[in-house]
Design a protein around this ligand. Structure first.
Ligand SMILES: [Zn+2]
Ligand SMILES: [Zn+2]
Length: 163
């Protein structure tokens, strides 16, 4: 994901506007392969300063995740932003290197997307998950398995409480 300021339009304030449509490759997250449902759109601007540039960007995209309860796939919307400093003499921490008019935003974009992903994603807030007894998707089938069969330890506790 490269930006070249010499190829970008400068606005009235002297900032460079950009818009990228990136096809990002699938990546590993929590042991699962995560893929994008389409190109990721990154819009933003570059502010040039004396010896550094500031890049501000908004990221919009859709990733396909696996529901942690029913294991079905669902689309998760990414809507996030980043701001990073770039310098040709990147001597400070948190400042990324740039070369001439070339700015690589791969790192802040990937980082921001990762931060947006849920640790335990759900296809919907009230996903009923998979029945631990018969294995059917409880969002679609109403099986008649007894709730008491779910966890013998819980059943034991229930019995104790009744006594
Ligand atoms: Zn689900
Ligand atoms: Zn069942």
């Amino acid at each position: 994901m490269l930006l070249y300021t010499s190829k970008l339009k400068m606005d009235q304030r002297g900032n460079y506007q950009f818009e990228l449509h990136e096809d990002i490759k699938p990546f590993e997250y929590n042991g699962e392969s995560v893929r994008f449902a389409g190109p990721v759109v990154i819009r933003g601007e570059i502010q040039k300063h004396q010896d550094y540039s500031t890049v501000t960007g908004h990221i919009n995209g859709k990733v396909i995740l696996k529901c942690s309860r029913c294991l079905g796939e669902f689309v998760f919307e990414i809507d996030t932003a980043f701001q990073r400093k770039y310098s040709e003499t990147a001597d400070q921490e948190e400042v990324l290197p740039m070369k001439g008019d070339r700015i690589d935003i791969t790192e802040p974009v990937n980082e921001s997307i990762l931060l947006e992903l849920p640790i335990k994603g759900l296809c919907r807030q009230d996903c009923r998950g998979i029945c631990p007894v018969c294995g059917s998707d409880r969002n679609e089938n109403h099986c008649n398995c007894s709730q008491d069969d779910i966890d013998p330890r819980l059943a034991g506790l229930r019995k104790l409480l009744k006594e």
